[in-house]
Design a protein. Structure first.
Length: 134
């Protein structure tokens, strides 16, 4: 008799359903957040690379390669990204996207994500390039 009453009881069904659905939902939510963070990081690095290439073209503060690297690391740092100077490459007067006579800055950033080990092909590095007419 008690067993039948227990089987008909629905008081804990919402908790059980939540326990079954919550891990999948929270994993999807975290995945969307990581993808958005990856897109944001790529956009920031593209902006920093372009502004650094522009600085190398017009400003005397970016007259040397080390000054260009310092400018890029400081610009990325203002967004909260730590980029090493060794990860900033500058090429003067080159062809960029089929356009000749461009100053080109390439920034490589190590993107640390907990999803890198879970999802195949999830990037661990982000590389962005910015070009400006020399």
């Amino acid at each position: 008799m008690r067993l039948l009453q227990l089987l008909r009881c629905r008081r804990g069904s919402a908790a059980v359903e939540f326990a079954l659905v919550a891990p999948t939902f929270l994993t999807m939510l975290a995945g969307v957040e990581e993808c958005c963070r990856l897109i944001w990081t790529n956009q920031v690095l593209s902006s920093v690379a372009f502004s650094t290439a522009r600085c190398a073209t017009y400003s005397s503060t970016c007259a040397t390669t080390s000054a260009i690297q310092t400018y890029a690391t400081q610009a990325a740092g203002s967004y909260g990204l730590t980029v090493a100077a060794a990860n900033v490459a500058y090429t003067a007067n080159t062809t960029c996207s089929s356009n000749p006579a461009q100053n080109k800055v390439t920034i490589t950033y190590s993107f640390n994500s907990p999803f890198a080990g879970l999802i195949p092909r999830f990037p661990t590095t982000v590389t962005s390039t910015g070009c400006f007419v020399a």
